[in-house]
Ligand binder design. Structure first.
Ligand code: GUN
Ligand code: FE
Length: 433
């Protein structure tokens, strides 16, 4: 029981109150990890069994679990590493750090921390890059299975341009990805993603292997990085001289499509944007990372207003990103649009971190919503969690204002509880060491 908020479609503007359902005294009926009824508390209560347990979360807000569509699980210990730009950051901190995941014990420890931290932040689904080591994917998926969460992840494929300890080969990348699929895809709520890191770290042979996997498993997500940084773009294009541009490299290997997620995609040409739009590909905006690494300002409105609009998701990009919180992430996304002279309204931000990201994953019939028949992944949010928030709440007059306050001042402290498949996860963390 609490105040319920769930989006039904993308809000058209800050006053589009038909885009969401808000229930001042709402109830969610949960059975076997699913939401089976949602609406006015008394009505839901009347239809439920007499002995149903009522958990009263009033006056808190109940939202769908937050979704993070691009994150690196082996980068929890490089967040906030001081570097001039993307390529320096990768070489100096990130690649050496990921080498540590050759040790299964290390991967297992960080996987435990990952799930504890994400649930603490109210994020119930993440799309994750593991390291090149198959054992890192095993550790991640095993932990997800234990916790009952819907996660999408992949063993990274990379066969050049990084330390020896971080390289597979075209064949090993292919074989191990197949093994990860066999071991984990569809087990519990786990989904495997085909994950060539980016064109700099995959030879043409390995891109071919990714293409073969994409053909053999057309239902799988594909994730990679695209057009994040000017130096990266120039170097990438020099490695694939036959391609028309960065996007064309992935296109030539059949990697564009409705289940393809392209991290960053800040500096696209019109031709690239057309190709990405025509294929239904998803661009993943990573605001805190783009600011931290000085990569650029994501032209979200320009992309959306095109004759051929682009699909857009939003993500933390930990550890290039600087916050695990999707609230903070949308706060930075807002500021990026401000710098571009554009607006991102509070309803839209809340939509993006829930249903919007679910739609980008074509999973809106399962997550990102409180609709009956979907998975019981939801969060309980306290908009007065800190003295500063409490003070500001005194002058808040609408749900839009409350959402904006949450984004401006809120973080993990505002997440009172996180339910994954109907089970509370924040108050009973899976175990830290
Ligand atoms: N491009 C290739 N690998 C990475 C990574 O780990 N983080 C970011 N931000 N960009 C990348
Ligand atoms: Fe990334």
């Amino acid at each position: 029981r609490g105040r319920l908020l769930s989006f039904r479609r993308a809000p058209r503007d800050a006053h589009d109150h038909d885009s969401y359902l808000f229930e001042e005294d709402g109830g969610l009926l949960v059975e076997n990890g699913m939401i089976v009824a949602m609406g006015d508390f008394q009505a839901v209560r009347a239809d439920a069994a007499d002995d149903v347990e009522v958990i009263d979360h009033r006056p808190h807000l109940i939202l769908p679990g937050l979704i993070d569509t691009h994150v690196h699980f082996p980068q929890m210990q490089v967040i906030g590493s001081y570097a001039a730009n993307l390529l320096e950051w990768l070489d100096t901190y990130t690649f050496p750090e990921e080498c540590r995941f050759v040790e299964t014990a290390h991967a297992t420890r960080i996987a435990t921390q990952f799930f504890d931290e994400f649930f603490r932040q109210g994020t119930t689904t993440a799309v994750a890059y593991c390291s090149v080591h198959k054992a890192s994917a095993d550790a991640f998926f095993a932990e997800s299975l234990k916790r009952g969460s819907l996660m999408i992840a992949g063993k990274v494929m990379m066969d050049r341009g990084a330390p020896q300890g971080l390289l597979d080969t075209a064949q090993i990348g292919y074989d191990e990805t197949r093994q990860v699929i066999a071991d984990w895809h569809g087990r519990g709520r786990n989904h495997v993603a085909i994950t060539p890191r980016f064109a700099i770290t995959s030879t043409p042979e390995q891109m071919g292997a990714a293409q073969t996997l994409a053909r053999e498993f057309p239902d799988l997500y594909i994730q990679t990085h695209l057009s994040e940084n000017r130096d990266e773009i120039a170097y990438t294009c020099s490695l694939y001289p036959d391609a028309a541009d960065y996007t064309d490299i992935y296109d030539r290997y059949g990697l564009l499509g409705q289940k393809s997620l392209f991290g960053h995609a800040i500096h696209l040409s019109e031709r690239e944007a057309d190709a990405l739009s025509d294929s239904g590909s998803v661009l993943v905006h990573c605001p805190t990372s783009n600011l931290f690494l000085g990569s650029g300002l994501f032209p979200m409105r320009t992309y959306q207003r095109r004759d051929k609009p682009l699909r857009i998701a939003v993500a933390t990009d930990i550890g290039g990103g600087t916050s695990y919180s999707m609230l903070k992430t949308l706060d930075e996304a807002y500021k990026i649009q401000q710098l571009l002279g554009e607006r991102l309204n509070p309803l839209e931000s809340a939509y993006m971190m829930t249903r919007g990201n679910a739609e980008a994953l074509s999973l809106e019939d399962r997550i990102g919503t409180l609709e009956p028949g979907t998975d019981a992944d939801f969060i309980v949010v306290d908009s007065a969690a800190t003295p500063a928030m409490k003070l500001r709440m005194e002058t808040v007059r609408s749900i839009g204002e409350e959402l904006f306050l949450l984004q401006a001042l809120g973080d993990d402290r505002a997440i009172a509880e996180t339910y994954v498949a109907g089970r509370p996860m924040k108050s009973v963390a899976g175990g830290t060491d």
